[in-house]
Design a protein around this ligand. Structure first.
Ligand code: CO
Length: 134
């Protein structure tokens, strides 16, 4: 079902500091910050060749990553995103196996303009999993 690792998302308390680390210390290509109001985050994409790192920073009042940063004030790995052919059928199949698909299993448009769903970390080795149609 999984075709590729699309990105690893890292929540960071200071976006400019995180960008400087990846760009200046590691020499990675980084995007401009992009606001994604539907997901309550500002994202910077870091191109590492075979996949991407997404640096996530809270945007707005009810950002889903605000609580994560409360618990992890220095930031940390927030989720892994895998590519699938058909996100709705992946969601339905996993829900049928008892996996909790967040948001009732209905895909939302993600940071790349493609449908995504998230799987409950308690059902995946304490790791939040995003599935993206790609
Ligand atoms: Co993501």
């Amino acid at each position: 079902m999984l075709n590729a690792l699309n990105h690893v998302a890292i929540a960071v308390p200071d976006l400019a500091a995180a960008v400087a680390k990846y760009r200046d210390q590691l020499g990675a290509r980084v995007s401009e910050p992009q606001d994604v109001p539907d997901h309550g985050v500002t994202v910077v994409f870091v191109d590492v060749g075979n996949t991407k790192i997404e640096l996530l920073h809270p945007l707005g009042e009810n950002s889903p990553i605000a609580k994560f940063l409360d618990k992890n004030p220095d930031g940390g790995v927030h989720h892994l995103c895998f590519e699938v052919d058909d996100v709705q059928s992946a969601s339905d199949g996993l829900a049928g196996q008892g996996v909790r698909v967040l948001g009732g299993g209905a895909p939302k448009i993600g940071a790349h303009g493609k449908p995504v769903v998230f799987l409950h970390p308690k059902d995946f080795c304490a790791t939040l999993i995003e599935l993206e149609e790609a």
